[in-house]
Design a protein. Structure first.
Lengths: 114, 306
């Protein structure tokens, strides 16, 4: 499952009438954040900034999990781990598939919460 | 309802916590870093913190350690938010001082429940503080007269003596007791005796200044500590109290009116020269003056200076 809908649906019970507005707020924050974090990861890779890379992957990992994108979160957890132990240059090829995975998540979320 | 400081460098997570808790009626203060959180804690009285672990510069664990190492007005309940990284060991977080933790992603129901636990803990702390304050007050107050008890007036006198030495001011004490109090008890009963003690306490209070310390020393003995007071002024104060006590009228079991008198000994420490002035010496001197006043037939004031 690209996106587990129960993650955001859990807020429906708590938020009641404000749920739609809240979920829209969270998903749009997520899209904006994702763009920012991809930029940071690209930048960090270009500058061989290990700390910056690991931090961006870490933040992205938990944001992805928050919206229920568990496979994406898993990819990021792997990148976070490998960023701390392997040369960054070797991780470059993993970025395009990550972006691909993200696009699918965004598409799915937009379907679920238009 | 609580004031909760939510610390996370990640916008989405911060927003989720804020929304969930605002709906419950809590007031949320947001911080986007450990340093920002610490700054906000200086500006505001915050007792509840939910902090993310992984943040640049000051992380959540460092923030909690800082909170625990600082003397704050009251206990701060801290929930640490982790996201299952290899370098985030929850055991370490708890030892650092976190009270509880949440693992990202957490659902809102769990967040609510954990906050409720914290709320219970803080309520317990509040009750404990109230009980402690009450106990402290009880431990200092004489229950019959409402004056300071012996221990408390002694402590007050010691503090004032130290202050008098520092500022080179005189200090006086009045040692007072009711004349023939045993007879009051024997003739009119202990209830009337207790009433007499309460009235005497009231007279002393009315005829003293707000910054004088008044205590029940023992039985029918009272000690008044008069900071910054010369021998003459203290003697006048004692006379006013003794005169006031002579005006007290009580009704005995037969419906007849009876009155009381008291005697007082005053001691004044004019200038404290040595490093330590002995409080016991001053009280002893006042007690001796009281003895002389009694020998003169009671209803009398005698004074000495040291």
């Amino acid at each position: 499952m690209i996106v587990d809908p129960s993650a955001l649906e859990a807020y429906r019970e708590v938020m009641e009438d404000e749920a739609d507005e809240f979920i829209a707020d969270i998903t749009s924050s997520f899209y904006a954040n994702a763009r920012e974090l991809f930029l940071k990861m690209d930048e960090a890779l270009a500058k061989d900034d290990i700390e910056g890379f690991v931090r961006a992957a870490h933040t992205f990992k938990s944001t992805a999990a928050t919206v229920g994108a568990m496979p994406l979160s898993g990819l990021l957890a792997d990148l976070e781990k490998r960023g701390g132990s392997e040369p960054l240059a070797g991780l470059q090829p993993l970025i395009p598939p990550l972006k691909q995975a993200y696009e699918e998540v965004e598409k799915k979320l937009r379907e679920l919460y238009p | 309802m609580l004031k909760i400081l939510v610390v996370d460098d990640e916008h989405v997570a911060r927003r989720m916590v804020e929304k969930t808790l605002t709906r419950l009626g809590h007031t949320i203060i947001l911080a986007n870093s450990g340093e920002d959180a610490w700054k906000k804690m200086q500006e505001d009285h915050i007792r509840f913190v939910i902090t993310d672990w992984n943040m640049p510069i000051m992380d959540g664990v460092q923030l909690i350690k800082k909170i625990r190492a600082t003397t704050l007005p009251s206990y701060v309940y801290a929930i640490l938010v982790t996201s299952n990284s290899k370098d985030e060991d929850i055991v370490e977080g708890l030892y650092a001082g976190a009270d509880d933790y949440l693992t990202k992603p957490f659902n809102p129901a769990e967040l609510e429940a954990r906050v409720a636990v914290g709320e219970r803990m803080l309520a317990l702390e509040d009750n404990l503080t109230i009980a402690n304050n009450q106990l402290e007050k009880l431990a200092m107050v004489d229950s019959l007269t409402g004056l300071l008890n012996r221990r408390a007036i002694y402590k007050f006198a010691r503090g004032e003596l130290e202050r008098a030495r520092r500022v080179s001011e005189p200090i006086s004490v009045i040692f007072l007791d009711i004349d023939k109090f045993k007879e009051v008890n024997d003739q009119h009963g202990h209830l009337r005796g207790d009433e007499a003690l309460k009235l005497v306490a009231q007279i002393i209070k009315e005829r003293s200044r707000a910054y004088d310390g008044i205590g029940r020393w023992a039985g029918d003995e009272f000690l008044v500590v008069l900071p910054g007071t010369t021998a003459e002024n203290a003697k006048n104060a004692a006379k006013r109290i003794v005169e006031g006590i002579a005006l007290i009228e009580l009704i005995n079991l037969d419906g007849d009116i009876f009155s009381l008198t008291a005697s007082a000994g005053v001691a004044t420490q004019l200038k404290i020269t040595g490093a330590v002035a002995l409080l016991d010496d001053i009280i002893q001197t006042a007690d001796e003056a009281l003895y002389r006043a009694k020998e003169k037939g009671g209803n009398h004031v005698d004074a000495s200076s040291l």
